[in-house]
Design a protein around this ligand. Structure first.
Ligand code: AMP
Ligand code: MG
Length: 317
């Protein structure tokens, strides 16, 4: 098991030696390594068992430091940084050669973000390199939202996890690229489209595809529990006596033991639902259940990102 603590100096020492550290962010926990050190980046892919065609997000602590990583910041991107950074928004920008091709899976854009977590910001400020950090889970499984989640699955493979408590938002960042200058959503996430559009006007939503080489990492099947997982309206749920598990938005189903049910937000609050999503999915996955059934949440604000994760958890390929 990894050491779990709040020692930023220790985390810094491991990172400087090219080792990997679990880091807290407001979205999910990251598996961080020196983004400019190819061998550290390679070990991120190995530890996660992540395919090399799925590019990483590079984390920094200031817009000034971006100029070492990207060759251009379009006006719309700059506006978004001013409004939403630090925060759950990742921008795809043309990369400089200083960023190893391994980080971007050979693409000419690099994904960059300033995360909003005090410990990780302090760590980033103390380093003279940025951190590549995908979610700290084995590839394809549910993302981690507390240090114990990271330890349970990757604890044997990394020396240290920086303990920043539970992730506030609990769902990955929204990813925006600029296709012929037009802001385009590559991945729904912790920053709602409505908020983004209030700053840059209407955005395009890129369709997900498991086979589109233009959009690596947009794999349909992702965030998935180990148990069979199904997404449908609650009126179509099978009610099974031997214990199916249910992931629900704001109300229990009658006639089923409450221990087999998780309510994402009793008050119907989408922020709370996003915050609970991955932890509750893990809880259901750890119970002695044979199947998990989930219902979609209202498709507005963070509800769109939640439904995206549920759909991908239920996808077969
Ligand atoms: P993760 O850090 O595990 O949430 O994954 C990062 C995701 O960012 C990848 O799976 C890709 O979908 C996306 N991404 C990173 N870099 C790029 C890029 N240059 N172009 C398109 N998508 C990217
Ligand atoms: Mg991930």
């Amino acid at each position: 098991m990894a050491n779990i603590g709040k020692d930023i100096r220790l985390a810094k020492e491991f990172l400087q030696k090219g080792q990997l550290v679990g880091i807290p962010t407001e979205t999910v926990y990251g598996l961080a390594g020196n983004a400019l050190d190819e061998s550290a980046v390679l070990s991120i892919f190995e530890v996660k068992n992540r395919p090399s065609f799925d590019p990483l997000i590079v984390h920094t602590d200031s817009v000034e430091k971006l100029s070492g990583l990207v060759s251009d910041i379009p006006d719309a991107a700059y506006l978004l940084t001013q409004k939403f950074w630090p925060g759950p928004l990742t921008l795809l920008l043309p990369k400089k050669t200083s960023v190893p091709d391994l980080v971007t899976s050979g693409l000419d854009t690099v994904a960059v973000r300033i995360p909003d977590h005090p410990l990780t910001l302090e760590l980033l400020r103390s380093l003279d390199f940025p951190l590549a950090a995908p979610s700290a889970n084995p590839f394809g499984y549910i993302s981690p939202t507390n240090p114990q989640h990271v330890d349970q699955q990757l604890g044997e493979k990394i020396p240290y996890i920086l303990n920043g408590g539970e992730c506030g938002i609990g769902i990955e960042s929204t990813i925006i690229g600029f296709v012929e200058g037009i802001p385009t959503i590559y991945r729904l996430g912790g920053l709602a489209i409505e908020e983004i559009e209030s700053v840059v006007g209407e955005v395009i939503l890129m369709a997900h595809s498991s086979s589109n080489p233009q959009a690596p990492g947009m794999l349909k099947s992702h965030y998935a529990p180990k148990k069979p997982f199904y997404l449908t309206e609650r009126s179509r749920f099978p009610i099974h006596e031997d214990g199916f598990g249910y992931l629900l938005f704001d109300q229990y189903i009658d006639g089923v033991d409450e221990k087999y049910q998780r309510i994402l937000s009793p008050g119907g609050n989408l922020k709370e639902a996003a915050h609970n999503l991955f932890a509750f999915l893990r809880e259901l996955d750890a119970q002695t259940l044979s199947q998990i059934w989930a219902e979609p949440v209202p498709a507005i604000d963070l509800g769109r990102a939640i439904n995206d994760r549920l759909k991908r958890a239920a996808a077969e390929d």
